[in-house]
Design a protein around this ligand. Structure first.
Ligand code: KMH
Ligand code: ZN
Length: 280
């Protein structure tokens, strides 16, 4: 099996700073988190941005600051969210793509999201993909429900994305597909040939979905965006969640991928680090 790619989603859009002291809110905190999760075994960081007061922002300048802070602290693959927070306009969600991150997410369909609706109509998806093409950004396909794979195939048929692709199954969102090994197996069986995949289990399912992915040859996403707790009653730091998956994977004979190994697996170009490094 390939080395394990661990993505860390350290902040997200839904977690409130009041819920945990470990949320990296500022660009500086994101840089520090990047270093810590890299040391713990992550190779991709999934980025949302907050204002200093903890509210969500998709301002390009804030993403530029975050990008610089992460790149100054690590060689992680930088993946921007284009999902943003519920209620952001599609244009707002897509704007930071102009900074040309190596990767960005594309959620492949509308889904109930708790009591709200995370809207991703075909026009919204086409608009985001158009900007990804314009700026040379590699999509990671976010699949919250089985129909989202059919939507992705339709986008591919229309020539808007290409398979094989890298896919992330986000399982356990209230309103989306439940996090179970049976559902994960079903989704993996439905993937177009040659795709790579990871799974992000929400809440306490995060650990069990990670263990299933390690065994199945997939990859793993962890982080406070999806889960606040290390165990019942104990809040987690992002790097602890990464380190635990890395330990379990090592025991299972799957060492973690370095960011450059992850780039090779995903077909991304290598980056320069240090002087002359890429950045916005
Ligand atoms: N915050 C969620 C509504 C993504 O980053 O691409 C959507 C989300 C997906 O987090
Ligand atoms: Zn996200």
């Amino acid at each position: 099996m390939e080395p394990l790619i661990i993505t860390c989603a350290p902040v997200g859009a839904e977690v409130l700073p009041e819920q945990t002291p470990y949320l990296p809110v500022t660009p500086q905190a994101l840089g520090e988190t990047a270093r810590a999760i890299r040391d713990a075994g992550a190779s991709i960081v999934h980025v949302h941005c907050r204002n200093d007061d903890g509210s969500n922002t998709h301002e390009v300048e804030r993403f530029a600051q975050a990008y610089r802070a992460i790149r100054g602290a690590s060689d992680l693959i930088v993946q921007f969210s284009t999902g943003g927070a519920i209620g952001m306009s599609p244009d707002e969600r897509a704007r930071p793509l102009a900074l040309r991150p190596e990767m960005a997410t594309l959620t492949c369909g509308t889904v109930n999201f708790g009591d709200e609706i995370f809207e991703n109509s075909f026009p919204i998806m086409r608009g985001i993909l158009k900007r990804m093409h314009e700026y040379g950004v590699r999509p990671e396909l976010e699949i919250f429900d089985k129909g989202h794979l059919a939507n992705a195939r339709r986008l591919a048929k229309d020539g808007l994305l290409t398979f094989p692709a890298h896919v992330d199954f986000v399982l356990g969102v209230p309103g989306g597909l439940e996090a179970s090994v049976a559902n994960l197996c079903d989704l993996v069986a439905d993937l177009p040939g040659g795709c790579t995949w990871s799974v992000a289990g929400v809440g306490r399912a995060q650990l069990h979905m990670a263990m299933a992915a390690i065994a199945m040859g997939g990859h793993v996403r962890v982080g406070l965006e999806d889960n606040l707790y290390y165990e019942k009653g104990r809040l987690a730091r992002n790097e602890e969640l990464v380190a635990r998956v890395a330990r379990i994977a090592a025991e299972a004979g799957r060492p973690v991928a370095s960011p450059d190994q992850a780039r090779a697996i995903l077909g991304l170009a290598p980056i320069l680090v240090g002087e002359g490094a890429l950045g916005p």
